[in-house]
Design a protein around this ligand. Sequence first.
Ligand code: PMP
Length: 351
Amino acid sequence: MKNKPNMKPGIKAHPNLLTLVGDTPLIKLNRIVEGFPGNFFAKWEAYNPGHSNKDRIALHIIEEAEHKGLLKENTTIIETTSGNTGFSLAMVSMIKGYNCILAVSSKSSEDKINMLRSMGATVYVCPANVKADDPRSYYQVAKRIHNETKDSIYINQYFNELNTEAHYNSTGPEIWEQTNGEITHLVACSGTGGTISGCARYLKEQNPNIRIIGVDAYGSVLKKYHETHELDTKEIYPYRIEGLGKNLIPTATDFDVIDEFIKVTDEESAHTARETTRKEGIFVGYTSGAAVQAIKQLNEVGEFTKDSNVVAIFPDHGSRYMSKIYNDQWMKDQGFFDTDNAQQPNKVEYI
Ligand code: PMP
């Protein structure tokens, strides 16, 4: 480790950012769930130092590799992601003194690529419209760099059991404790499935009656796979929400501990994210909006009673979506202001 804790007694400082990972707050939702029976809470993962739930897995996977003696100073950490996992891996690598290489798709916004570079990662931008087995795809580029780089590890979050374990060890127990064991429902967007599966495993061990509800996107295979155990490629088409749903079946997802998947649309999730921010004052990311949208849909079908204690995972911060759901032009370009019930943007007045 580069920065060894070296703190004088009495000094109340963290040795570095990494001791701030986890222990995120649980926040009661009020106006966005007005009139719904039960109590609703957000597990606010943007409180992690890298502003998302992915700090937990980045730290856990890297520290497990350290315990196994796999990492040396200047080892290279490799992953295929432009999203939150990339940023968290870059942050943990930077603090611990490892190199970080991220292979990302050319679909990634310039902002995202710049964020990763700012945190010290080397970024390879790979063409988006090639098959996964094409040597130029970001999967193949990451694998090649891993094979060619002495002292490197490949994180492989979709197929890494340590991803799920990170949430089994931390997020799940935190939620159990913060709800005093009274949680009745967990609502979580599923991407790799690490968050929902790790939390669900822990929570079901405490109380098997807790309902675990995964949130999936239209255009993703997860819900259908959960119901039929078959990967139906006809379910796959492009969608806009980043971070939930998938076009393959990740082994990091434990489908047996998830009771139900519910699908949400890009449009309703975007509006619900904006509405959540405006009603709760929590500046939420796109998938937090998707989780609240799922709660709205579940409420409509009578899922909750006055005794329900529902926890929704809010994975990241709204500031990551300034050029998307919080940008009115982007919303217009998607056609998200076309429908009658769509919330119109606030006015801007230039003086
Ligand atoms: N929301 C966002 C914004 C994410 O980046 C992710 C991770 N892909 C998720 C939700 C889903 O988390 P998980 O991968 O643990 O299922």
